[in-house]
Each structure stands twice: as C-alpha cells, then as structure tokens.
Design a protein around this ligand. Structure first.
Ligand SMILES: [Mg+2]
Length: 366
C-alpha cells in the first residue's frame, strides 16, 4: 500500500473553559492533524504538541516544521506502521511529531485490513473507566463547584493540578467535601524541587492514589529519593519519553506508577512497549491526556483498554474540553467511554466541523 501524499492540517479548537496548570493557561487548543492518503484508505493522526514549549520542548510550529523538512521525507513509501519508528529513529527527539505520523499510517493500514486500533494494540475491554483532570482555579470555592460538577457527570476519578501555593489547601478541601471514597490524585507538572519534600509529605494525609511528576523531568534520582520519603505513590509523566526511560525509573525506584501518553513517548507502539514493561514489573499504568480532539481520544481510549491500564485515565468525554468535537463526541456512560470497534480509529472527522476550525492546510505529495 503506497502512500500518495500527506496533509498537514492546523485547527484551532476553543476550550469550554481555560485550562490552567503549573506551567500556563490555555484557552484555545492549537492542534496539528496529519492525514495519510493511500489509494485504498486514509489515516488520521493528532499531534499533541502544544502551541508553546512549556509542557515539553515540542510545540506546534516546530512539529510542523520537523515533519515537512525531515520526518515526512524519511517515511517509508509503503504504509507499514512497524517501519515508521525505525525509519524516523535517526532524527533525534520530536516524539510528538513522530507519534502523529505513525498513528496516521497505522490508522490507514488498519482501515484497509478492517482491524480496530484496540484489537491491534491488544485491548481486553470494550469500555474504559474515565477520570478527569481539573485545572488550577481562582479559588477553593470555584474548585469545589468544578469538582462537584464532574463527580455529578460520573467521572470515577479526579485529578487536581497543583503547584507551589496551590496544593495542601485545595486537596484538603476536596477530600473533606467529597469524602474518603473519591479516587483522588494530584499532578504538579514538575513544579517542585527536592527541597519541598517535607511540604509534599503533608499530602500523605489525604490518601491520594498518586502524586504525578512532582519534580523536574530530568530528576529521576531525586524522584527516587522523594519516593522514599513520601507515603503517596509517585507517578511519572514528563520524565518518561521511552520504554528505556521507564526501565531506568523502575530500576531506580523513582516511581511506582507511570502515566502513558503516546505522543510524549513517540507513538502507540512505544506506548504499548511501556505498558508491557510496566506490567511485567507490577507497575501500574494509566493513560494521560493532552486535550485531544476525538481523533487522538479514539486512539487513547483503545490504548487504555489494554490489561495493564489498571487505573482510570484522563480519557475524558469530548465535552470536558470542547463544545463541538471534530468527530462525533465521546460521551460518558456510567463513568466509562466505549472503545471504538470500527476499523482503524473507528471514528472520522466530520468534514463541515473540521473545515470550520481549520486555520491552514498543506499537501505534501509523495
Ligand atoms: Mg501530567
């Protein structure tokens, strides 16, 4: 199956509410979509890079540039998903850009064979439990109202974004208001240092499922030290960009949980390798989110249905982020999302909606 060309499509998706983390606030999701075209099928991939290099070094303009100048020219001419990673390996980094291309090739090839993403990856469930990620709000009262609305919607787990000055007080307030039964975790997005260890230990009182990425992304040794002083399990996100990083983190004792984001680790195939490695070592994994549209969400939900994903992910419903999604919306049912069963991603963009949010397209012929 020859690839005849690739479209890069930039879309601007207004968020239903600003999303604030320890590194910044987003009001519109600037997304780069990839469409791989073959004579028999098209495949879609979503690049999760953000508009600014704050979560990681990647950003949307940079992803588009590296795709058109280096990655797309290096792609195999035939749409073989297993060949994409090795072909792109000589180009350093740029994992989110690589992941989007691999996902689009994988989608195209699966649409031809009629196999679903979930079946291909090894999913063992047809629905997955969903958590929600709650940004930093202006006040504790606003946070409690926001969490209450999500709990009412049926989310089975709540994650609070934290940072210096917004940690113990909001976590205590949520625990007191919603009780011991609420599955609760926090995400610091690398906002602390080891000097904050005693302060972070105060979170042990609230029976959290985990604390995500408390320290800088390259602080594996410090995370291992922190893990020995906290009762709350440490989960790594930004630190884990490959299965090799996951192996190092596990060996060092830097984490006991891993947040798997396919974009961050270079694709769904590497994400599956991390799943397999963690499962073999008894390390729990869950599927993170990067404010994906329905295209990326479909693939994430399929990944989250693998057996080692034993904790609820940030695989929220479409309306958590967008008033109108580019695909038919993912909707919660009893706190779960259904894993798409159709060929490939099992969902496709709605042309009218897609055109409305499109800000630029670029066709790269093969
Ligand atoms: Mg995170």
């Amino acid at each position: 199956m020859q690839i005849t060309g690739i479209e890069l499509r930039r879309i601007a998706m207004p968020l239903v509410a600003p999303f604030r983390t320890s590194f910044g606030t987003e009001t519109t999701r600037d997304v780069l979509l990839v469409r791989v075209v073959t004579p028999d099928a098209e495949g879609w991939g979503e690049c999760v890079a953000m508009s600014e290099p704050l979560y990681s070094s990647e950003y949307v303009d940079g992803a588009a540039d590296v795709m058109r100048r280096f990655l797309i020219p290096a792609l195999p001419r035939t749409a073989d998903p297993q060949a994409v990673g090795p072909a792109l390996a000589p180009i350093r980094g740029h994992r989110m850009a690589k992941a989007a291309l691999e996902a689009a090739v994988l989608d195209a090839s699966l649409r031809i064979t009629g196999e679903s993403f979930g079946h291909y990856l090894g999913a063992t469930r047809d629905r997955v439990p969903c958590g929600v990620s709650v940004g930093i709000t202006g006040s504790v009262a606003e946070l409690l109202d926001t969490v209450a609305a999500y709990v009412e919607e049926g989310y089975v787990r709540v994650k609070l974004k934290i940072g210096p000055g917004w940690d113990v007080t909001p976590v205590r307030a949520v625990r007191e208001r919603f009780g011991e039964d609420l599955l609760l975790q926090v995400d610091a997005n690398a906002a602390y240092t080891l000097a904050d260890a005693r302060h972070l230990a105060r979170l042990d009182a609230f029976d959290l499922l985990l604390i995500e990425q408390p320290l800088a992304d390259d602080d594996l040794v410090q995370h291992a030290r922190l893990a020995r002083t906290l009762r709350t399990p440490i989960c790594l996100d930004e630190s884990i960009e490959s299965a090799a990083h996951a192996a190092a983190a596990i060996t060092l004792g830097a984490c006991s949980v891993v947040n798997v984001k396919p974009g961050r680790v270079g694709g769904y195939l590497e994400a599956r390798r991390i799943h397999d490695l963690c499962r073999a070592h008894g390390v729990a994994v869950w599927c993170g989110g990067m404010l994906e549209t329905g295209i990326g969400r479909a693939a994430n939900v399929a990944l989250a249905a693998l057996p080692g994903f034993t904790l609820p992910g940030d695989t929220s419903a479409s309306r958590r982020y967008f008033g109108t999604d580019v695909t038919p919306p993912f909707e919660l049912s009893g706190g779960h999302l259904d894993v798409p069963a159709g060929a490939g991603l099992g969902v496709e963009p709605i042309p009218d909606v897609l055109n409305e949010v499109t800000t630029a397209t670029e066709w790269i012929p093969f």
